[in-house]
Design a protein around this ligand. Structure first.
Ligand code: AHR
Length: 641
């Protein structure tokens, strides 16, 4: 294939081509990128997932009971654990002499223990004279890897917060470890103590308090993202109109966060709250795309027009919390009090999530007829500089009003992605669209959504995603940006198998999928201005080679391509207009396994993606010549264009 890249005549792209989308699914937040190690740290519960003592076990023969004390730690955290001395023996104080009691937490399917600084705290009430001891231990052998004395007792009728730092003296050989808090049984005057909000963090990304797990954050940084869409996804909507992601319950001290019944079958701590999302965006230099609740829940119920007032107000308040002046706005002042006097900048707000889907057709009609128009009007009036994104797109049969954008979520088979290569070419500039979620989820020729998702991203699916992304890049003036979803998945509990990265307590299991490699290579070479490419007359423009060319911010020439529908290698001759013989370029080619269904296996550690970069020189006529194998993804970048 002989291609000629012209030097002008293309389109300028947006400045946020590739990004991240995060919601707490697959324990990607709690037990995932949110670095908290203690699972069920505050016994948070909901109607759907009642408070319980899961992941806690007694130490020293103690008895653990879930209690609703008359004086709880906070109104948000009404439950706590009572740890009672062993009952056997002759009486309080005698048989407890010299004994230690307490409780142990198993973490989120274990805990990684290394010689690094852990920062923790717990709240305790009950009359106790003596010290506490915290430790990290093997759940199998009981071996202690590190411990620390936490000085001072506690008082009856008063909650005391104990803070500590703990540096283990030994790395644990595996992640099957527990965290233990214990004390002298004898010193507990009434034979028991009550504890709540027991928390332990390893070092976090950029050292943030209440921050992100470093290795998982790193997998995201390496993707060179430019935006962060949050907090959902379905998580934003909640299962019912009562259980949406109430942003105002996700801010402030952890003891004031009640948690929520997650939509992905587990209770959420909301430790990764609105402020933490913004700090995440700050720390990775990402443009936030803030999803605001729009009055539709996953059970299909939606807020009637006459009651939209509160839905609109909470969304405006959320943005005031993020962007309002600390001195002159109510919510700006709240933010300042929480340690963020400087307002954040928010350029993008998305109204709802997939409002075309739940409660069809009435839910969608309500969005088109009044929910979206009312919210857009309110935002345009109060925040005229914020760009509004509707949660459906033109492809979901919503006519997006002038000035707004849509959001398109293709979860498809590889063939479907490839067949739709030209889809955005005909998109009108009035219908700019975010790709807020996308992935190859089902195999070709299967029963698609009637069946399960594939178990892991696979090479053929990832190449098809590359072709889809190339199709978005060719239309970078209409496609705001794109991201895969969901990003993360715990190998211990998940609801959605297809994710960029898989993880467990043990960082050695953190696995970048085939799709992660594909999205990464494309995001590392950003085209700012597309350039038209002439293919030889009479030959089909695309298929089996799908490509885009353009210029980067600094003026380098970029060519991206992927090969599909071919078992043969494709010889390519590529000429950038004005480029002479001897010009140089780097060509990076990603290839996969022979079996297109091959995947990166978290358990064997086998990575099927091969990445090779070669330095090539333009030959006669200034043409770069190279061969791209079947099912491959390639990027060529030349500073000489
Ligand atoms: O990414 C998983 C889910 O897929 C999201 O929560 C939802 O927006 C979509 O349907």
């Amino acid at each position: 294939i002989d291609l000629f890249v012209k030097s002008s005549g293309g389109n300028k792209t947006t400045d946020i081509m590739y990004g991240l989308m995060h919601e707490d699914i697959n324990n990607s937040g709690d037990g995932g990128i949110y670095a908290e190690l203690i699972s069920n740290r505050a016994f948070q519960g909901s109607e759907k997932f009642p408070s319980n003592l899961d992941n806690w076990s007694p130490v020293g023969g103690a008895t653990l009971t879930l209690q609703k004390l008359a004086k709880p730690l906070s109104s948000a955290l009404p439950y706590s654990v009572n740890v009672a001395n062993p009952k056997e023996g002759k009486g309080k104080g005698k048989d407890t002499k010299g004994k230690k009691v307490g409780l142990a937490n198993a973490g989120f399917w274990g805990m990684d223990v290394k010689r690094q600084k852990y920062t923790g705290s717990f709240h305790v009430t009950g009359e106790y004279k003596g010290d506490f001891e915290v430790s990290l231990r093997s759940a199998i052998t009981g071996e202690t890897f590190g411990k620390k004395v936490v000085k001072g007792g506690s008082k009856k009728g008063k909650w005391t917060e104990k803070e500590f730092e703990l540096v283990p003296f030994k790395d644990a050989p595996n992640s099957n470890n527990t965290f233990v808090v214990q004390w002298d049984a004898e010193g507990a005057k009434d034979g028991s103590l009550d504890l709540n909000l027991i928390s332990l963090f390893p070092p976090t990304f950029k050292g943030r308090k209440n921050g992100l797990r470093i290795d998982l954050a790193q997998t995201m940084v390496e993707l060179k993202p430019t935006f962060l869409r949050f907090p959902g996804g379905n998580m934003l909507e909640g299962n019912t109109l009562d259980t949406w992601w109430k942003w105002y319950e996700t801010i402030g001290p952890l003891k004031d966060r009640p948690g929520m019944a997650g939509v992905w079958e587990y209770q959420q701590t909301l430790g990764l709250g609105l402020v933490e999302y913004m700090e995440w965006a700050d720390d990775m230099n990402l443009e936030p795309i803030v999803g605001v609740f729009a009055g539709l829940a996953l059970d299909g119920s939606f807020v009637p027009e006459s009651e939209m007032g509160w839905v609109i107000q909470q969304a405006l308040d959320e943005i005031e919390f993020l962007t309002g002046d600390a001195k002159t706005t109510k919510w700006g002042a709240v933010r300042a009090k929480l340690g963020h006097p400087k307002p954040w900048k928010v350029k993008w707000v998305e109204i709802g999530n997939e409002d075309w889907l739940a409660g069809r057709p009435a839910g969608f009609e309500s969005y088109i007829n009044y929910r979206f128009p009312m919210m857009m009007k309110a935002f345009n009036e109060k925040y005229p500089d914020i760009k509004i994104i509707a949660s459906p797109s033109i492809f979901d049969n919503m006519t997006i009003p002038a000035g707004a954008a849509g959001d398109h979520h293709p979860y498809l088979t590889p063939d479907e992605f490839v067949e739709r290569f030209a889809k955005f070419d005909n998109l009108s500039k009035d219908n700019v669209t975010l790709i807020g979620e996308a992935a190859s989820t089902h195999p070709n020729g299967g029963i698609a959504w009637e069946g399960d998702l594939m178990p892991l991203p696979w090479w053929g699916g990832s190449v098809a995603e590359a072709i889809f992304l190339i199709s978005t890049e060719r239309n970078g003036d209409k496609i705001i940006g794109a991201t895969y979803a969901p990003g993360l998945r715990s190998l211990d509990r998940w609801q959605w198998s297809m994710t960029w990265v898989q993880h467990a307590a043990d960082p050695a299991l953190t696995t970048r999928s085939t799709s992660w490699y594909v999205w990464r290579i494309l995001a590392h070479h950003i085209i700012r201005e597309t350039l038209p490419v002439d293919a030889p007359a009479g030959k089909p423009n695309f298929d089996p080679l799908f490509y885009v060319a353009g210029k980067s911010e600094t003026g380098t020439g970029i060519f991206k391509a992927a090969v599909y529908n071919s078992t043969e290698s494709i010889p390519v001759s590529l000429k950038f207009d004005g480029l002479n013989e001897g010009a140089v370029a780097n060509l990076t080619v990603l290839t996969g396994p022979e079996d297109p269904y091959g995947y990166n296996d978290p358990f064997t550690g086998i990575n099927v993606v091969k990445e090779e970069t070669t330095f090539i020189k333009a030959g006669k006529g200034g043409k770069f010549t190279f061969t791209l194998p079947g099912l491959s993804v390639a990027v060529l970048e030349t500073a000489d264009a």
